[in-house]
Every structure is written in C-alpha cells, then in structure tokens.
Design a protein around this ligand. Structure first.
Ligand code: NAG
Ligand code: NAG
Ligand code: NAG
Length: 417
C-alpha cells in the first residue's frame, strides 16, 4: 500500500487511539451480534441482501437457486490443470505474478479449488461469457484489490479472444474492449469511493480549526471521486469495493492526518470517526449510483478481501508464509472480532457494508468467507517489496475464484429476468 512511515515515536498514543476506536466499534456491534454462534460470528451468517438467492417462485431457477456459493471448502487436486491464463499475461502487475517471481507454491495455488457446499460452481467459460455479454460494459470500481479481480477477468477473457483495444473509458485507470464482441471491461481506481484531498488549517480559522485541527484529509461524503463519477452512466454491470484504506493509519493517521468529513461542503461537526464516515459515504454513493446509472444496470458490491498478516501488521514485520490454506478453526482464530487480531478490519468492514446496503438495489458479492482460508495465496516475500505483501493475491489465484462466483451470480440474475 503506502510507503513505510516512522510510527515508533507515535506508537503509544496511536495504540490508545486504536483502542478507543475499536472499543467504540465493539460497543456499536454488541447491539447487532448478541446471538453469535460458537463457530461463526453472526455477521458472517447475516446475508440480508442477496435477493438473487431466494427467487422462490421462479421454477427455472430451481435447484441452484438456494445455493450459497460463498459457503464451501477448498479441495486440493494435485492433477488439476489450469489453462485459464498463465504468468505471461501482460496485465498482471509485477508484484502479483507469483510464478514469475518464483514463489515456492506459486503453481500450487490454483490446485486448490473452491467447492460450494450444496451446489455445483460451473467452471468459468470465457467464450460463453463473451457471447453472453456482447455489447456490454463492465466496470470494476475500487482499490487495488478490485484491480486484482479485474486483471484476473481480463487475462481469462484475453486467452479466448485476442482482438482487444486498450483504452480508458469513462475516466478509468485502465480498460479494454474485446472488439469482436463489443465488450468492454475497465478498472476505475478509487480508495474511498468519495473524493478526498489534503486539508490544512485556514489562517482565518473555521470550525475544525477551532477544535485544534491543523492537518488532515478532507473527505466529501457526498461527492464521488472523479475517477468513477462517469462509470455508472457508462457501464451495464458495476462491481464496487472499498475497505483497506479506511483502516490505513499510514496514510490517514488519526493524529497527524485524520480523515475530516464534509457534507454539503461543510465540515461534519462534531467530527466523526472513519467508521461513521464510511457509513455516510456508502449511503451517499448508493444514492449517486441509483440516480446516474444506466437503466437496468446490475450493481454488485464485493465484500472485503481478507489480509493474512501474522506476527505483526504489514509495517511491523508481519508475514504470510503458509503453503496451505487455513483450517476452519485457524480462520476463526485469525479473523474473529473477539481476538481483535491484526486483520480484524475484514469483518468490521463487512458489518458496515451489510448495514449500509440493506434495502438498496446493490447486491452483495460475498468473497470474504472463501478467501479467509487462503493465507497461502498472497505474494508474501515474492511481492518484491521491502514488506511482505499479505494483502493482494497472486495471479493466477484466488481472484479467479471470485470471478467464478461473479459469473455464477450474473448467470442467476439472467435466469431470473
Ligand atoms: C485491539 O488491537 C489493537 C492493536 O493490536 C490494540 O491496540 C487494542 O488495544 C486492541 N483493542 C481491544 C479492544 O482489545
Ligand atoms: C526465478 O527463477 C528463474 C530461474 O531460476 C530466474 O531466471 C529468475 O531470475 C527468477 N526470478 C526472480 C524474480 O527471482
Ligand atoms: C456496442 O455496445 C454499445 C453498448 O455498450 C452499443 O451502444 C453500441 O451500439 C454497440 N456497437 C455496435 C457496433 O454494435
């Protein structure tokens, strides 16, 4: 993510602030999670907004319609052949190319296959996908984890159809049209979805100045970042995410450079913590999308991608050197809120997401549960950085399975209409 920062001097103050905000968070959640089960906290089972999973009166969608693709396990097949794409796909960001970077299990990662518990997840068929989505535009809108998913889809489709035009539709960071199919995919880079800029105190004073703020980031909760503001009117299918940057003190340092939220151009007073700002952003962005989208557009919000730092955070020597997926009990140990582990933001983020999107027309694409197992599938030391990368995913890898789920979800929506 961002460059390293000397936190040592700030650390005591910092931990106090973390403690206070986690404490606040926990007291908010206590209300919502009284009945957590022993093995799984309630919010992971809580899937209020998956209307596509319950089309009870639709006979054509029988069978698989009750399937929850996100509930299952990873099964190892030593003879699995992976011919979806390979490490020569140019779009793979260098640090994610674990095979070229000689990560010891780089080739093994795709031998683990996701098997939903109660149903069959069809293998991704790129030709069929391109046929089905002829004259369609798909936009991935979010942080580098959404780019990771975008790259996986691009490489998969490119293998089936070579005739691509590279361009940047509707303000995208990168994009491609598969000319023969008039099919476009693009990645719109945005960390918070909302627009944010550096903020410093004004010499003439103001409400934030009066409260002692001198530096920070102004986050306009009701203004989309310009990188994607045109995306809803361009794309037919939108895949959103946001997450890691809301828990990134190296950039949005709660002391030195806090997030300062603005609404209708004015500072929100009293100032609110990031987790409350996130709720406001999600509400406003949902309204913005519903107002500006193409008629009939499909909108999915991808749930939080888990990180797997163990033994410290990314800037504290944390690492992810496992060569096999975690066992279910290890997943709980690493991610349960109760343990307040290094990667606790995964489930906190989802809780916010589920609440904010409830009742909206945005559907959830739940990839969290399946990905929580895959501590083996990050670039780790093969990421080529000073710190281990336990956040992004090796390609080929886990985001290929996200796209399997994505295709299955889209297919279900199609059957339904
Ligand atoms: C959670 O973990 C953070 C960072 O390790 C720590 O500073 C904080 O005190 C913990 N909070 C709770 C409620 O245990
Ligand atoms: C990976 O291994 C190959 C073959 O041993 C070597 O040529 C290449 O330089 C290595 N790549 C990296 C990034 O270490
Ligand atoms: C390509 O698809 C777009 C919709 O995304 C459509 O408006 C346009 O007419 C199509 N072009 C052709 C040549 O079919």
């Amino acid at each position: 993510m961002a460059a390293a920062l000397k936190l040592s001097s700030l650390f005591p103050l910092f931990s106090l602030l973390c403690f206070v905000s986690i404490f606040l968070l926990l007291s908010i959640f206590r209300k919502a999670s009284i009945s957590s089960s022993a093995t799984q906290p309630k919010f992971i089972q809580f899937r209020p907004i998956d209307p596509i999973a319950t089309p009870r009166s639709d006979p054509t969608a029988a069978g698989d319609s009750y399937c929850d693709y996100s509930d299952g396990s990873w099964v190892y097949d030593p003879d699995a052949r992976f011919d979806r794409y390979d490490s020569s796909c140019k779009e793979i960001f260098k640090g994610w190319n674990c095979i070229l970077n000689n990560k010891s299990n780089g080739g093994d990662i795709v031998k683990w296959q996701w098997k939903p518990r109660d149903c069959h997840l069809p293998p991704f068929d790129p030709i069929k996908f391109l046929h089905t989505y002829r004259d369609t535009n798909i936009g991935f809108i979010g942080d580098s984890l959404n780019r990771n998913m975008f790259v996986s889809l691009f490489c998969t489709l490119k293998r089936a159809s070579n005739d691509v035009k590279k361009w940047r539709p509707a303000g995208a960071d990168r994009g491609f049209t598969f000319v023969h199919y008039n099919f476009t995919i693009a990645y719109h880079r945005t960390n918070l979805l909302a627009r944010y800029v550096r903020w410093s105190a004004n010499a003439n004073g103001g409400q934030l100045e009066a409260l002692g703020y001198t530096e920070g980031y102004r986050v306009d909760v009701d203004i989309p970042e310009s990188t994607w503001e045109k995306a809803p009117s361009f794309h037919d299918i939108l895949v959103f995410n946001t997450g890691h940057w809301w828990w990134a003190p190296s950039k949005f340092n709660p002391v030195k450079s806090p997030m300062l939220f603005f609404e209708k151009g004015l500072p929100v007073i009293p100032p609110i913590p990031p987790v409350v700002g996130l709720d406001k952003v999600l509400k406003h962005m949902t309204q913005f999308v519903e107002k500006t989208m193409r008629p009939g557009a499909i909108k999915l919000f991808r749930t939080q991608s888990p990180r797997h730092f163990e033994g410290g955070d990314w800037d504290q020597g944390g690492s992810c050197q496992r060569l096999q997926p975690l066992l279910p009990e290890e997943v709980e140990e690493l991610f349960s809120l109760k343990n307040n582990g290094t990667n606790v933001e995964t489930r906190l983020m989802n809780q916010n997401l589920y609440e904010a999107l409830e009742g909206s027309s945005i559907l959830i694409l739940d990839i969290t549960r399946m990905s929580e197992f895959r501590a083996d599938a990050h670039p780790s030391t093969a990421g080529g950085k000073k710190h281990e990368d336990c956040m992004h995913w090796c390609l080929p890898g886990v985001t290929d399975s996200w796209n399997d789920l994505f295709a299955a979800h889209l297919n279900r929506l199609k059957i339904r209409n």
